[in-house]
Write a protein that binds this ligand. Structure first.
Ligand SMILES: *Cc1c(COP(=O)(O)O)cnc(C)c1O
Length: 425
């Protein structure tokens, strides 16, 4: 199957004669075998098959295979959340004593995971500006650096990552580029085509698309040559004594080593699995991802243009607006559109932003983003409420900032609702 629309609908699952048309939910923790020898081969990773859902489940594997086809990778896995996906993707190759370079414009949860929790595990992070030069990026690398990390479209800063430049820098230093592609989705950008090696997702957002299940995914491009930098990545290129002495790159090749190791070691030990029920819902969401993203972008663009022209709006951030700081990068990496998330400032600061949101009738106040129903958040009075106005500015969240996630409702209704709420301030 070649085109992305067809992959959304039919990727990852091809039923044989008489089998279910829809991906079946295999709601079973275990799988039965006739002999201990049969099962032993699975444990030794000599035969492929299922034995325990913490490691693998057919429903999850079909849905992971669909996401793999969408991103153009060679192997993929689902995780219980986007947080688990980013943790596994980095921890699969970075251990205590190692170092990782990450773009500073990333999701707050990922920032905490890296700067606080993984730091406690002995992994050091250096954060670089999304607008850094190639020289500044080079200067952040150390001999023990194991990966470079960024988000295609940063949540909530809405910066667009220069994926090509970041990929080249990662490869100059012999490490993979990991890109969190949650906001763009593979419909609008496929980071592997721009040189990224590993792609992660919070499938909780547009992929599920209906606010129904928390989940994550990791996709490997199969293109990073672990063997060439074998001394940097011993976990992939030397025998795993916790897995009967298997060497992942030898047994599974460059196309399968990364995901097999993350499944066999990290999923075995941490157990952040997605439930087959949630994987089924995610699979349903993917079937309309191409149709929904188009509409999210159309509505997002219309709302951003309306806000940019409104007298009560101080500023708007949306890379589809000519004049936006990331407009050119958006045209390069996101020619079909970016996403439905728009950030803007209401004139009158914190009080005006709060008053505006109180008057909204369609967009609900939620910490969520990226689903069918429009929603909005005023970080200064919610997620960042403990901060003073000065601290907010330092964190890049101005007191007047409203993050609006534009859903799939009528854009005329949304604009009328925004207009009446702005006028009511
Ligand atoms: C939401 C989000 C995450 C975290 O995902 P969860 O599914 O909530 O764990 C990671 N990265 C980005 C870009 C996100 O928007």
């Amino acid at each position: 199957m070649s085109r992305i629309e067809t992959r959304c609908v039919q990727g990852g699952y091809t039923p044989k004669n008489g089998e279910p048309r829809q991906i079946p939910i295999i709601q079973s923790t275990t799988f039965k075998y006739d002999t201990s020898e049969d099962m032993g081969k699975l444990f030794d990773l000599e035969a492929s098959g299922y034995f325990y859902t913490r490691l693998q489940n057919p429903t999850n594997d079909h849905v992971a295979a669909r996401i793999c086809e969408l991103e153009g990778g060679t192997a993929a896995m689902l995780t219980s959340s986007g947080q688990a996906a980013n943790f596994y993707a980095v921890f699969n190759i970075a251990n205590a004593g190692d170092h990782v370079v990450a773009c500073s414009a990333i999701y707050g949860g990922t920032y905490n995971l890296f700067a606080v929790t993984m730091k406690k595990m002995g992994i050091d992070f250096t954060f670089v500006s999304p607008d850094c030069t190639a020289q500044e990026l080079d200067a952040a690398f150390r001999p023990n650096t194991k990966a470079l990390f960024g988000e295609t479209i940063a949540n909530p800063a809405l910066c667009v990552l220069d994926i090509e430049m970041f990929a080249k820098a990662a490869h100059r230093h012999g490490v993979p580029l990991i890109v969190d592609n949650t906001f763009a989705t593979p419909i609008n950008c496929r980071p592997i085509e721009w040189g990224a090696d590993i792609v992660t997702h919070s499938t909780t957002k547009y992929m599920d698309g209906h606010g129904s299940g928390v989940g994550g995914a990791i996709v490997d491009s199969g293109r990073f040559n672990w063997n060439r930098y074998a001394e940097k990545f011993p976990g992939l290129t030397t025998p795993d004594e916790s897995y009967h002495g298997i060497t992942y790159t030898e047994r599974f090749g460059l196309e399968g080593a990364f995901i097999t190791k993350a499944t066999a070691q990290l999923m075995r030990d941490f157990g952040s699995i997605q439930s087959p029920q949630n994987a089924f819902l995610l699979g349903l969401g993917l079937e309309s991802l191409h149709v929904r993203m188009q509409r999210h972008c159309e509505n997002g663009q219309a709302v951003a243009e309306f806000l940019a022209g409104h007298e009560k709006v101080a500023w708007v951030k949306y890379c589809g607006l000519p004049g936006d700081k990331y407009y050119e990068r958006g045209q390069k990496y996101l020619p079909k559109g970016s996403c439905g998330v728009v950030s803007f400032g209401v004139k009158g600061g914190r009080k005006a932003a709060e008053a505006f949101m109180k008057h909204l009738k369609i967009a609900a106040i939620e910490t969520h983003v990226a689903d069918a129903r429009s929603c909005c958040l005023h970080p200064a009075s919610a997620t960042h409420r403990q901060m003073s106005d000065e601290e907010l500015l330092a964190a890049g969240v101005s007191p007047d900032l409203v993050r609006l996630s534009v859903g799939l409702e009528s854009k005329e209704d949304l604009i009328e609702d925004l207009d009446q709420a702005l006028r009511a301030i």
